[in-house]
Design a protein around this ligand. Structure first.
Ligand code: ZN
Length: 253
């Protein structure tokens, strides 16, 4: 049996029988896998840390395949700061779920792995979690080939000004005149285009310094989530938790 070494981010875990656990990991080298961590529910298991979602580790897997067995591990980063704040944690769990729901098993995508890992490090280092989550949504949109056309009206090619109308079906924006026949009702201020452009032009290290107005963050969130939902077609459950949490926070004020 051949041992394979992988660099992996744990997306989710579930207990299996009395002692074992199945973890879904996204590996840099080979994409997403469900792997078996044997004996991990026993006290003092060396595998326990790497089965926790968000953890980044190096794993040795005997015979890499679906439900292959993890034989040893080296936990590289547990992202302890992320775990200290429930709001931050819930956004990161959403990012992991988005990665899980938008990828197939055994399809390598090193670019997506790198985007996920750098987003986790950005958040661990204290970057505004709402901006980091939007940065990751925009990254995954582009990496998976679902780019949003921001250059001009999808209908007539004119420059977009004032109010612009987003079409999930066409994956871009329309001017007011073209929208008379389309009748899309998702409207954004034209300024959203320059904020999207920031993600295109800023390096990862500069994302750390960004500070967008709340209304812009909300607009970007609405745009990226609508765009992804139309293309991924799977329910992202952790989103409901974030919304519920925000409602709870506002009702406390
Ligand atoms: Zn037009």
């Amino acid at each position: 049996m051949r041992n394979v070494k992988v660099n992996a981010i744990t997306l989710k875990k579930r207990d299996f029988k009395e002692k074992d656990r199945i973890v879904t990991v996204f590996t840099k080298e080979y994409g997403k896998y469900n792997l078996m961590a044997k004996g991990v529910q026993k006290l003092g298991s060396k595998l326990a840390g790497i089965t926790e979602p968000i953890s980044y580790s190096s794993l040795i897997v005997s015979n890499l395949k679906d439900l292959g067995v993890i034989s040893s591990c080296d936990l590289k980063e547990s992202f302890s700061n992320i775990h200290k704040n429930l709001n931050v944690l819930s956004h990161v769990l959403y990012i992991l779920e988005l990665t899980d729901k938008s990828t197939e098993l055994e399809h390598p995508n090193e670019e997506l792995f790198n985007a996920l890992l750098s987003t986790l490090y950005l958040i661990e280092a204290g970057t505004n979690v709402d901006i980091a989550a939007r940065y990751f949504e925009y990254s995954i949109i582009n990496i998976l080939g679902y780019s949003i056309n921001t250059n001009s009206c999808q209908g007539c090619g004119c420059n977009l000004t004032d109010k612009i109308y987003y079409s999930a079906h066409f994956g871009g924006f329309f001017c007011e005149t073209c929208n008379l026949s389309l009748n899309e009702n998702i409207i954004f201020p034209q300024a959203i285009l320059s904020y999207i452009n920031v993600f295109d032009t800023y390096s990862v290290s500069k994302i750390k310094t960004l500070n967008f107005p709340t209304a812009v963050i909300n607009d970007l969130s609405r745009l990226f989530k609508t765009h992804l939902a139309y293309r991924i077609d799977k329910q992202i459950n952790s989103l409901e938790f974030i919304v519920k949490q925000k409602e709870d926070i506002s009702s406390d004020i």
